[in-house]
Design a protein. Structure first.
Length: 321
């Protein structure tokens, strides 16, 4: 017995499946169903079963492009991390991730707008959802893409966040779509970009006779009674220009022996003006022999505070016999 379905009329189920196939471009691979037809006999008289494998109708995948950029909110001043409207997958608390998502019909390449898509949501692994809106009809900066953003909380912890893009079309068919990248990182709040720093320590004051060091010479060894003089040059890494007190409001060398040495801008001095920062500390007579480390901390005119790296950050207090 043969099976001939060529004359069958389209069923309501078939028409609905064809309609769905035409309207949707969604994620999902084809699933397979097996239908068993029993009771057909061969010439030998034995019963046989015929298996007919059919494909359950599934909508086509959308073609999706996706950019994640930094919004204008919360970008640290001079962070060197990223500028506003630049692509990035690294953010700090207070910054604003902005999604630009393009969805396209794979058959025609045409953008898929809100005439077909009812809603689009970015679902973060933190449980937060960010709703996307169609930007193709915007009066200003109309683009055939979907956009959405949120501001990361100031208390957000460093972490990698995964996300999926969920789409609901006009028939409320809900689906995930794949994107090339689907993560971004939140890192600890960063201070502005490091300056380029030069650092010298000079000997002054009661320089002992006997060859330890001469007056005004550079040194990393000092004895009690000597004066340690800091000469610190701070430069803009983009231009190479010295950074003065027009930008820096305070500079301190914090020593490991609990001494803070404040440095002042010498570029405006009437005598011996130099484009550097200076400060000094007199080693007490009762200072123990030790290696002292230090950090140079800078506060700019916006009260952004940070350490800066120097090539050497220690000196020795020695006792002469």
């Amino acid at each position: 017995m043969s099976l001939d379905n060529s004359g069958d009329e389209p069923t309501e189920t078939t028409e609905r499946a064809n309609t769905t196939r035409r309207k949707l471009m969604a994620a999902g691979a084809a699933s397979w169903a097996t239908v068993t037809l029993a009771g057909c006999a061969t010439g030998s008289g034995a019963d046989t079963t015929t298996e007919v494998t059919t494909t359950a109708p599934q909508p086509k995948n959308y073609v999706v492009s996706e950019d994640l950029i930094a919004g204008s909110e919360g970008i640290p001043k001079d962070a060197g991390l990223v500028s506003g409207c630049s692509p990035t997958r690294t953010f700090v608390p207070g910054m604003e991730p902005v999604w630009h998502i393009g969805v396209y019909d794979p058959a025609t390449g045409d953008p898929v707008s809100d005439e077909i898509i009812d809603s689009m949501v970015v679902e973060l692994s933190t449980g937060k959802t960010v709703e996307m809106t169609w930007a193709g009809d915007a009066e200003e900066h109309a683009e055939p893409i979907w956009k959405g953003s949120y501001v990361i909380g100031e208390d957000a912890q460093p972490q990698t966040i995964d996300y999926t893009i969920a789409i609901t079309d006009g028939d409320d068919n809900f689906q995930n779509v794949e994107v090339a990248e689907n993560t971004f990182d939140i890192i600890e709040g960063v201070s502005p970009k490091n300056y380029v720093v030069t650092d010298e320590l000079l000997a002054s004051g009661s320089v002992p006779e006997g060859g330890l060091v001469s007056h005004c010479a550079t040194s990393r060894a000092f004895s009690p009674g000597m004066t340690i003089v800091y000469h610190v040059g701070v430069y803009d890494p983009a231009t190479g220009d010295p950074v003065s007190n027009d930008t820096i409001s305070k500079m301190v060398s914090k020593q490991s022996n609990d001494v803070d040495v404040e440095l002042t801008w010498a570029g405006d001095a009437e005598e011996h003006a130099e484009p550097i920062w200076k400060g000094s500390w007199v080693v007490p007579d009762d200072a123990p022999e030790e290696t002292v480390t230090y950090e140079i901390q800078v506060t700019d005119d916006s009260d952004n505070f940070r350490d800066v790296n120097v090539e050497e950050n220690s000196f020795d207090v020695v006792h002469l016999q």
